[in-house]
Design a protein around this ligand. Sequence first.
Ligand code: CDP
Ligand code: MG
Length: 740
Amino acid sequence: MPSMAPGGAKNSNQSNNQLNGKVSNDDRRAEFFARKHRIVQQRKSLPIASVEKRLVEEVKSNNILIIVGETGSGKTTQLPQFLFNAGLCHDGKVIGITQPRRVAAVSVAKRVAEECGVQLGQRVGYSIRFDDTISRSTRIKYMTDGLLLREALLDPYLSRYSVIIVDEAHERTVHTDVLLGLLKTVQKVRSGPINECSKIDRMKANNGLLMEKENDAQRASILKQYRGIKLSPLKLIIMSASLDARVFSEYFGGARAVHVQGRQFPVDILYTHHPETDYLDATLITLFQIHLEEGPGDILVFLTGQEEIESVERLVQEKLRQLPEDNQKVKVLSIFSSLPSEKQMQVFMPAPTGFRKVILATNIAETSVTIPGIKYVIDPGFVKARTYCAHTGMESLIIVPTSKAQALQRSGRAGREVPGKCFRLYPESEFEKLSDSTIPEIRRCNLSNVILQLKALGVDDIIGFDFMEKPSSEAVLKSLELLVLLGALTEEYKLSDPVGHQMARLPLEPIYSKALILASQFNCLEEMLITVAMLSVESVFYNPREKLEEARTAAKCFSSLEGDHPTLIAVYRAFDEFLEKSNLGNSREKTEKNLRKWQIRGNIEQMGLHIVSCGDDMLQFRRCLAAAFFLNAALKQPDGTYRVLSSGQVVQIHPSSVFFRTKPDCIIFDEFVRTTHNYVRNLSSLLSTIPCKSRSRSRIHGLNLKDDRLLFVWRGLVELHSCTGLRWTAILIHPLGYCC
Ligand code: CDP
Ligand code: MG
């Protein structure tokens, strides 16, 4: 059914013109109107378009509605527009749509702004951590689920929203799960009158965040605003691609669920005869088989992450160069969450005429984004998933087989516009062995961030919180313990004052927040800001294979003997200086790392912390690192591996570290990565470790982490006491090799 295919030949010519750089104003105008017309046609042809009236009625008559529909049916882009047109954001209220992924929030907002013919940030906008295009006139707001959770800290009843749509709920990210629990309460409260001011009082007192900023007059006015008034009811819509509406419906007390018919063409599923030993190699072979033997149509390949995507891309390019020129017309594009958004957007553009598009994607392309033109899908059957070991407290990303639900989603991507083919790179018998659905993230991640936020929202009883699926109590306890160790919670598991409140306010992992707060005491907040900003973006080192030597030499100029953290600071400073020298100072804020730094800086300044630099005195900085990352301290073993002090886990230094060869005696690390080995990444050395003889137990006021280990930290000293037999030994780690 070619008429349904978005884009088409016209579109391709258009990009060729652009490539030739011969676009006149008239052409541009014609192009603009042609595109507008195409969008109108495309919208009309979406399956959801025929049920607009019915959906609006359903939303009007149900306060909670579950909408299930195939990916590509138009839920994410169209429903908010239907509701806007039906007047569901009256009195200046906003329709909020949450997405588990930043890329989806951004790309969909851009698309919807275009569909509405408005500038992004006007009627339609998005808001994600560190990036925001919202204005007072925004009525349709796309955002990440994590961001809405943070908003609840400042506006417990989410009073700015008339409708909240939780999209891609089937992904069951930890933020979605927590958000659903929270929205359930908010919804109940907003459906009834709030006559008791005490409710607000309690919530705000627990919240604490607002209290700091508000003076009495502001506070009184807020309370007056709520007292005795009936907040308008909140419409809550849960949207999901998979078929499992039942779990959501049950969770919301038998809420109504409606199905939107999808448009799905048949997809041939092909399996391999035998299991593949090297799925990347199998991917390449299949890709070229399709390219050389099958008819036209774009190819979508599911890989597990950036590194894999980059290496497959290189191999594809190499192989292409060996083909006859006629067969080289392939445009390889990739999409993964840490790719800059302009690059991500390229996958949505049609390939130049005569070219085949090959898209290398992570599971981001399973449901979050819809890429037009796909006819072939290659599914090696793996995904990178977060895992958490409550015993060691270590979180890592590992490559695991997909679930059946994921495999079905992936193959479905091939049949959106025409009948397609999906190549599963494993035998059919293996498919039967896959688990039906993916385990919700809340059962396999470190919960400390979420717990901190729930505490800040006034939810004291974490185990008793109405989760859709309860996290294991072991994981909750471990995360509570971590928060106590970081000083965010008191021994009674209450949010501590001021550290806990301050930490909850920063949109960062608790350990980073703690590092920043400590840095203000160690007079190195400037350096820690840079470090945290650099650590919260993907690696800043670019190592293209063809220029590997050059890249290595360039990286060496910055490497610091003191570790990867000081190296990151050196890289940042050199870059900053370069911008300054080349008179690009104004564009400085535009670079990603800078942006992060400035945004975190904003939060820090609001908290009244002083941003000072320790200059060349990196000792202060390293002390501070030790004080914040003490749970990630590891000691070298005789065989060159390291033992993490708090958990006993054995790890190795990642090859990307400046310490890969020189291996200091004691390190603190930022990240644990599990691939073929248990690696730790982003390290700094603590100069020396000196085992001390016995120490009076009565003087130890640390925390019992394990039966035989005690650890405590003060002023940048990490002290580990271990008990062998009846003898206690203490190891003191300090940047100066200090020992008592
Ligand atoms: O949410 P659902 O998967 O049901 O569909 P959607 O995201 O609303 O997408 C509906 C259609 O809009 C897609 O099939 C694409 O044709 C188009 N779209 C687009 O062209 N660019 C985007 N960034 C998002 C959607
Ligand atoms: Mg969608």
